[in-house]
Design a protein around this ligand. Sequence first.
Ligand SMILES: C[S@@+](CC[C@H](N)C(=O)[O-])C[C@H]1O[C@@H](n2cnc3c(N)ncnc32)[C@H](O)[C@@H]1O
Length: 216
Amino acid sequence: MTGRLPPSASVATPITGVKMHAPAAMRNAAALTGMLVQHAPETGLALELASGTGQHIVSFARQMPGLIWHPTEIARDRMASIDAYAVESGLENIRAAQMLDATKPGWSETRNGFSLTVVINLLHLISTPATCTVIAETAQALAPGGTFVIYGPFRRDGTLTSEGDSRFDADLRRADPAIGYKNDADIDSWLKEAGLADITRLEMPANNLAFVARRA
Ligand SMILES: C[S@@+](CC[C@H](N)C(=O)[O-])C[C@H]1O[C@@H](n2cnc3c(N)ncnc32)[C@H](O)[C@@H]1O
């Protein structure tokens, strides 16, 4: 992790071998996969930032077989878990997990040409400048016409819209005042500033949002 987080922020527990289980990833995998099937290109290279345990990418790779999936993570135990899920799946369109700090300026210089980049449940755990770096680097990492998908919990018009969201955002800010839920309109602005267009906002289960944007 990049900073201080409350224990509720990124729950994943070891199961068999190096595999880890994230209950949240299990809960939202079907909805996320269904949304991506609707909005992802059919072929090309797909980059996932902050892949977590690997539970998601196996589902994505199975349902979107025309894409070659590149998982990345900042945590070594999660990289090992991603690789274990990928091997167990037998899928040939998942590459080995690579170490990537998505908030580090310049990472797109060596990782680019992606038809799809996905970031799920990261932006509320990092600061505003770090979020802007993730978006700017992703815009550079996309091939022309490439698609960027962001998913997570957000403020709407500056407001937290459920009790659970208010509690979680307060927990995050107590742990680190620089982090917490980002505002939906700011995401729109930062995507546009990074040169991305055709922005679609989708309501997702559990009061989450997805943003889909394209590089011209
Ligand atoms: C809440 S989890 C989400 C994981 C996965 N995307 C999911 O939804 O199941 C946040 C993940 O972000 C990773 N992470 C935190 N800071 C990061 C950074 N700066 N760059 C890349 N990954 C990061 C953590 O290791 C963790 O696996």
